[in-house]
Ligand binder design. Structure first.
Ligand code: 5GP
Length: 203
């Protein structure tokens, strides 16, 4: 089976539970790597520079983008977010699957520039639950929550452009489904051209 790791994009509306699912996925399979994004958003309580994000200024962000150091960038609720390109290629060529937990504009960019990537859209179990989770988060002001609800609405409309949809009903189920998707993706014939060639030569 393919030795190169997969580039996996996980998107979904704020409140779908992406953070929780990704954390559980990394615990289940320590070989999976998570890309740490850069952002101009200020850190939330408990967030550490270099762990959740690289927290940088808008000037630094723009410089990195101009220097071609970002695989993709997007503006989300007034802040810039971007995926540093360097670690991705390195981890993939070492055989590690790399997860990008990014919003839908970034997802669309990656789909264009990296057509072999795998897009997974995470859905909350219901609309009511999505609203409840967004309000419960409580780290942000009413205005920000409102903006995130509006954005969530638009993001749900993007689900159809992803290869897979996974419902986050329980963490265990969602993680199991994602692992199954990754296993199946590695068996795709198109990803195993070299293996097939080697086999045929030995016939
Ligand atoms: P938050 O501010 O809640 O951490 O993230 C807001 C949104 O930005 C989330 O949907 C998150 O997945 C997305 N995001 C985080 N990092 C990146 C990135 O590097 N690129 C893009 N396009 N979106 C990102």
């Amino acid at each position: 089976m393919t030795e190169k790791g997969l580039l996996v994009v996980i998107s979904g509306p704020s409140g779908a539970g992406k953070g929780t699912i990704v954390k559980a996925l990394l615990q289940k399979d320590p070989k999976i790597r998570l890309s740490v994004s850069a952002t101009t958003r200020p850190p939330r309580p408990g967030e550490t520079n270099g762990r959740e994000y690289y927290f940088i200024s808008r000037e630094e962000f723009e410089q990195m983008t101009r220097d071609g150091k970002m695989l993709e960038t997007a503006e989300y609720c007034g802040n810039c977010y971007g995926t540093p390109a360097a670690p991705i290629e390195q981890w993939n060529s070492q055989g590690s699957d790399v997860i990008l937990e990014i919003e839908v504009q970034g997802g669309a960019n990656v789909r264009k520039t990296k057509p072999a990537s795998v897009g997974i859209f995470l859905l909350p179990p219901s609309r009511e639950e999505l609203e409840r989770r967004l309000k419960k988060r409580g780290t942000e002001s009413g205005e920000v929550i409102c903006k995130r609800l509006e954005t969530a609405e638009r993001e749900l409309g993007e689900a159809r452009n992803y290869d897979y949809t996974v419902v986050n009903d329980t963490v265990e189920n969602a993680v199991e489904q994602i692992c199954a998707i990754l296993r199946a993706e590695k068996c795709r014939t198109a990803r195993n051209a070299e293996l097939l060639e080697r086999m045929q030569k030995n016939d």
